[in-house]
Design a protein around this ligand. Structure first.
Ligand code: 4NP
Length: 153
């Protein structure tokens, strides 16, 4: 079982998009049983009294427009230090995410922390659509990143 935790700042836009895009790719490949895939946040901005916000409306609309199934009950959840031993890959969306992932997870002794776009020839970051408002761009980048990541597995 390959265990993947996608990570972004709020866990309401990019990392849940990555979670459900990757789940769909794995499903299309007939490999569901080989993977355990979740997504988490570096910051608790969208978590109140332990309850996380759902996927942000524009991100959900974007997934729906592309025919990607997703869990309506998905709630934002915070990345915790204890997660380090429970996953094989922690995949961050941008360099700010990677910085906080290292802090939260207490370093990266066996090199589990990666940037999604490092798997693509271009590299770079998935720009935050919370600020850019460009959910299509995020969808395209995440799709390219996930396809490249899956190819390595
Ligand atoms: P995400 O986007 O990290 O892709 O989920 C954000 C969502 C919410 C906030 C920042 C980024 N926020 O500041 O609430």
């Amino acid at each position: 079982m390959i265990k993947i935790c996608f990570v972004c700042l709020g866990n309401i836009c990019r990392s849940p998009m990555a979670e459900f895009i990757m789940k769909d790719m794995v499903h299309q490949a007939g490999r569901d049983r080989e993977f355990y895939i979740v997504s988490k946040a570096t910051h608790s901005d969208n978590i109140w009294n332990g309850t996380g916000a759902p996927i942000y409306r524009n991100a959900a609309d974007c997934l729906r427009a592309h025919g990607i199934p997703f869990d309506d009950d998905k709630e934002a959840a915070l990345l915790k230090r204890g997660d380090y031993d429970n996953f094989d890959y922690f995949i961050g969306m941008d360099n700010n995410n990677l910085y906080f992932m290292n802090k939260i997870l207490g370093g990266d002794s066996v090199h589990k922390i990666h940037a999604l776009m490092e798997y693509t020839p271009e590299g770079g970051e998935v720009a935050d659509p919370w600020y850019t408002r460009n959910f299509e761009q995020a969808y395209n980048d995440i799709t390219r990143g996930c396809a490249a990541l899956l190819k390595t597995m």
